[in-house]
Design a protein around this ligand. Structure first.
Ligand code: AP5
Ligand code: ZN
Length: 216
């Protein structure tokens, strides 16, 4: 199964993708994670993407599509893909069609997480992750059971994203409204778009997505 998780910054795409990986053995393909890894490793892609990401703007369609293609090349055909943060523009949606066809895959579902934008600023500016295993936390909504210790791996090191400031989040939302939301109508006629209330609790959102998967 191949799924697109669509939603503005902080909608919960990464959180839900991680749970789908744990529950269904699917693979999360997050262009945001791939780009952050490239920035950290100071690859040519990373050097080009760094400033763009820090401004909350979008990296070029060609760069992100090439990253997705390379990941699918390295995957076996049976493993399902969860596209998290891709496609984000009409050209990326067209490139995804070509890439999927090349890999003999078809798009089964598009899940849109519907959220209230004001609440997203709180979600994004309050989040942090374990520096060791990447488990996600939030200052108010999801704290480790033991303060300062990762539930998953026991690490005491945590980090925050550079683009999680209020100003940058607002720019990322503007980009979402202008460039990403308009790609949804492309998928509507195929009957594969499902809307899920992203303002419900993490568990409730997961249950709603599970229901969509079961019905597909
Ligand atoms: P990317 O990494 O994709 O960021 P994003 O789309 O802005 O999404 P986020 O990771 O911020 O949010 P999320 O929806 O995953 O939410 P999360 O689960 O973490 O992209 C970053 C940048 O890279 C872009 O700005 C761009 O520059 C570049 N880029 C990436 N892909 C690109 C592409 N295709 N084309 C061009 N450029 C690209 O949840 C947020 C917080 O809320 C967490 O703390 C979580 O614990 C909490 N939370 C989650 N769900 C709930 C809930 N139901 N209730 C309460 N709290 C919740
Ligand atoms: Zn950890």
């Amino acid at each position: 199964m191949n799924i697109i998780l669509l939603g503005p910054p902080g909608a919960g795409k990464g959180t839900q993708a991680n749970l789908l990986v744990d529950n269904h053995g699917m693979r999360q393909l997050s262009t945001g994670d791939m780009l952050r890894a490239a920035v950290k490793a100071q690859t040519p892609v990373g050097l080009e993407a760094k400033a763009v990401m820090e401004r909350g703007e979008l990296v070029s369609d060609e760069i992100v599509s090439a990253l997705i293609d390379a990941e699918l090349n390295a995957m076996d055909a049976e493993t399902g893909a969860i596209f998290d943060g891709f496609p984000r523009t009409a050209p990326q949606a067209a490139m995804l069609e070509e890439i999927l066809a090349k890999h003999d895959r078809k798009l089964d579902l598009v899940v849109e997480l519907v959220v209230d934008e004001d609440a997203l600023v709180d979600r994004v500016t309050g989040r942090y992750t374990c520096a060791n295993c990447g488990e996600g936390y939030h200052d108010r909504h999801k704290q480790p059971a033991v303060e300062g210790v990762c539930d998953k791996c026991g690490s005491t090191e945590f980090k925050r994203r550079k683009d999680d400031t209020e100003e940058t989040v607002r720019m990322r939302m503007k980009e979402y409204r202008a460039k990403t939301a308009p790609i949804l109508p492309v998928y509507e006629p195929r009957g594969i778009v499902h809307r899920v209330d992203g303002m419900a609790s993490i568990d409730e959102v997961t249950s709603a997505i599970e229901k969509v998967l079961a019905s597909a």
